[in-house]
Design a protein around this ligand. Sequence first.
Ligand SMILES: [Zn+2]
Length: 367
Amino acid sequence: MRKFVVFVCICFAMVTQAQNESNLLAFQKNVGGICKWDYDKKAAVVLTFDDWTPGQFPLVVPTLKQYKLVATFFPLTNNIEKTDLGWKSAQKTVENGNELGNHTLTHPDITKLPDEKLETEIEEPITLIEKKVPDNAVISFAYPYGAGAENPQSIEFLRSKGFVGARSVWGMSDYSYNFAKEDDDYYRIHTFGMNEGTKNTQFYEEIQSVIAGGGLLTFLYHSVDDDLNSYHDNWYAQVKLDSLKTQLRFLKTQTKDVWVTTFGNAILYHREASCAKLIENKSDIEKERHFVLYIKNENFKTLVPQTLVVPLSIIVIKTQDEGTYTSVTQNGKEIPIDKQTNSFIQFRAIPTLEKNNNPMEICLKKM
Ligand SMILES: [Zn+2]
């Protein structure tokens, strides 16, 4: 019996390490690498809510909070201003960890707008949201009617305005991690549209597919109302609150494998992880290991300022008998250890945009 237990343990240790290696980007033997998604999850799921329909703030925002989940709202800023609570509701939404993206002022087909109108429809919501909700950077876009997602000029315009990605309203998701084969692909993210007729089994299957593929899945919701239609939210593709709750409860059971985050964070993480590099520097101090984490892609640097860079989950591989690390610091500041076993240590660090200019050095220390 004991022999069997030892054998099982060895196998388990080997499988765990092998899994980590295959899940890591820029993996280097005996050093480690960058996790494909935050917290080393297998896939990312983003819930998006369009148009700021009347049921979204009173029903969806508290429900997300109840399940400790976050989402991205793509409001028409004109709709926010028409409600009694106005911008207070938008501020509260962001305080709960959600994101506000840009869905224009009045919902036009942006491919049919003359240049000056295009500026107004896209520029004004950025200025308004950033003025009224300063903690929310407007870096995500959703095309009204999906128009523009296949148009190179629209994509170029969005990139020039600092958007890191954009969501369409249709298209089967590419469940694989390699969903952005070229930069434009970040601006034509497909989505699974939810409505009254969507079966919960379809919702579940989408999530299983993205877990298997390791990529990014977005869901698109519009109107949400309760059984009494208390908010008269019948604008488009209404989903009942009870159905939404069932879907969120299921999603919650999958969070061991799935990173549920905002659209902006998912895109930023994917962009960064795909072009970041982890380098181990020789340490002169015994019981310490030193690393530098930086972005090596020039295009990324012109698009994303350092203030928007999100932390990346890092796994450092330990050699046999390396022992236990008691702290991880980045630029002298302690950062939490997310996980540690005999074979690896996992934590989250922010990459720097410059390799040599004030590198963000990560230091592992033992007592
Ligand atoms: Zn819309």
